[in-house]
Design a protein around this ligand. Structure first.
Ligand code: PM9
Length: 471
């Protein structure tokens, strides 16, 4: 494994571009349906992009979760599945890969990330506990709440400001954490929920210095630190790029150091680890591992498969090693930046600095005539689909849900529409088409009147809520 060659290429011709470290071996045809059919599909889906059929979508930027392309090596791994119920050799390959690259001791496989969130939350949160974290994530917070805990946001203020240019907007504010400790006592804080490449903050990283300081702070109080490692590879890229002392280290070296400041991690392997399904929990404490292993057999499957087929564990073990490669990460983040820069050149408001996995359109500034009660980010996702068949996702007031105590909408400072780039799937030409469609709806934005929610499910409402257009 070596550092990305792009960073060391000379500039002798005045311009040196980067390119993906792969070539395409198999293609999946896609098509754009007519505008009339897109309008019909959007209305039938209640203007919720989660309720659309993938067949009706042209370029799918709903999520980077499980939507990446596996490599020829991973597909070969699929053929090497050992489908024994217990003790599959693929589990040991997976265990070895996580121990090698992330450095944790005990590994429990799960069907995907929220399976691992469930296990860790039930294993260590007791009713009445507080869980501080660097911004909420939908499924993570829900599992913390279902286990009896209350999530408290302790991310730095800059994270809530879409134009603040801080290089590590994912950092934990230790003063906010201290204030929580003073208020509720360290014994009621089982762990800090630390996420790399903070999803809801626009894919913003945490610095190594912040992780180290957090560890020292928590050591003094006997509080543990668990990591949402879902997009840690991208976080490590930003550390390599921006933090003094890390320019000559590989992503793999940075990852091991970062994880060493934490007590364990949960993982949605559908992102960084380059598989279509899978997840894992990894911890350093034998007692937590034992509790999680006890529960995994109830909710997921035996502790040597946790809801995954042997073949999926093999593809995952290979994906862990492929995903941490410096050239892969560099090209991934640069593709996201390519799209972001096109939009910035047209003065289209996006969350800045450009993050690791997605471009987040700032719907509050985009539709500055719409209040949050008219769901501007949801509206923007619907308008984009109608314009060009590009599918995005709401990350604003709908995703934030209701406060369980008051029953009122939570109004997050960030009202964003996420254009999430799947790994190794789309080309620069696809990014051009996406940018031009956004420019088109930006130019006609004042005609847009927003949405009204007409159906709201109890949990994680953004997945299944339905809306009607305000005429
Ligand atoms: N993230 C995403 O699209 C999948 C659907 S939720 C909208 O961003 C983090 C940081 C995630 C994440 C999923 C999970 C849950 C945990 N942490 O989807 O259960 O981004 O594998 O992982 C999604 P699973």
């Amino acid at each position: 494994m070596s550092k990305s060659k792009y960073q060391t290429m000379g500039q002798q011709f005045g311009r040196r571009s980067w390119a993906e470290p792969w070539k395409i071996k198999m293609v999946e045809p896609i098509r754009m349906i007519s505008k009339e059919d897109r309008q019909k599909a959007a209305a039938e889906a209640g203007y919720n992009t989660f309720l659309m059929r993938s067949e009706d979508v042209y370029i799918d930027l709903l999520t980077d979760s499980g939507t990446g392309a596996m490599s020829d090596r991973q597909w070969s791994g699929i053929m090497m599945g050992d489908e024994a119920y217990a003790g599959s050799r693929n589990f040991y390959h997976l265990e070895n890969a996580i121990q090698t690259y992330y450095g944790y001791k005990f590994i429990i496989p799960t069907h995907q990330g929220r399976g691992a969130e469930h296990l860790i939350s039930q294993a260590i949160i007791k009713k009445g506990d507080y869980i501080p974290g660097n911004m909420y994530f939908t499924t993570t917070r829900l599992h913390q709440e279902l286990a009896g805990g209350t999530f408290v946001d302790v991310i730095i203020d800059e994270a809530h400001n879409p134009t603040a240019q801080h290089p590590f907007k994912g950092n934990v504010d230790l003063d906010k954490l201290q204030a929580l400790v003073d208020k509720v006592g360290a014994k009621n804080i089982p762990y800090v929920s630390l996420a790399g490449t903070v999803n809801m903050a626009g894919g913003q990283p945490v610095s190594m210095a912040n992780a180290k300081e957090l560890r020292e702070f928590c050591n003094k109080l006997g509080i543990r630190v668990y990591l949402d490692a879902t997009r840690m590879y991208e976080n490590c890229f930003f550390i390599q790029e921006r933090e003094a002392g890390y320019q000559d280290k590989t992503i793999a070296e940075i990852l091991l150091e970062f994880c060493s400041y934490t007590d364990g991690a949960w993982m949605s392997a559908k992102k960084d680890n380059l598989v279509n399904i899978g997840g894992w929990l990894a911890v350093n404490q034998a007692d937590v591992a034992e509790k999680a292993r006890n529960m995994v057999v109830v909710y997921e499957g035996l502790h040597t498969y946790g809801g995954m087929a042997g073949r999926d564990m093999e593809a995952l073990a290979i994906g862990i090693a492929e995903g941490v490669d410096d050239d892969h990460i560099a090209s991934r983040v640069r593709q996201v930046r390519y799209l972001g820069k096109l939009l910035l050149d047209w003065d289209i408001p996006i969350m800045e600095p450009i993050g690791g996995h997605a471009i987040f359109l700032d719907a509050k500034r985009f539709y500055d005539h719409l209040s949050q009660d008219l769901f501007p980010a949801q509206t923007l996702a619907a308008e984009l689909y109608i314009d060009s068949g590009v599918r995005a996702m709401e990350r604003g007031v709908v995703s934030a849900g209701r406060n369980p105590e008051t029953g009122k909408h939570r109004y997050p400072a960030l009202e964003l529409t996420r254009l999430t780039i799947p790994r190794r799937v789309y080309t620069q030409a696809h990014m051009d088409v996406v940018a031009e469609s956004i420019k088109n709806i930006f130019d006609t934005r004042k005609q847009t009147k927003g949405l009204k929610m007409v159906y709201e499910p109890e949990y994680l409402r953004f997945f299944q809520a339905k809306f009607e257009q305000i005429k």
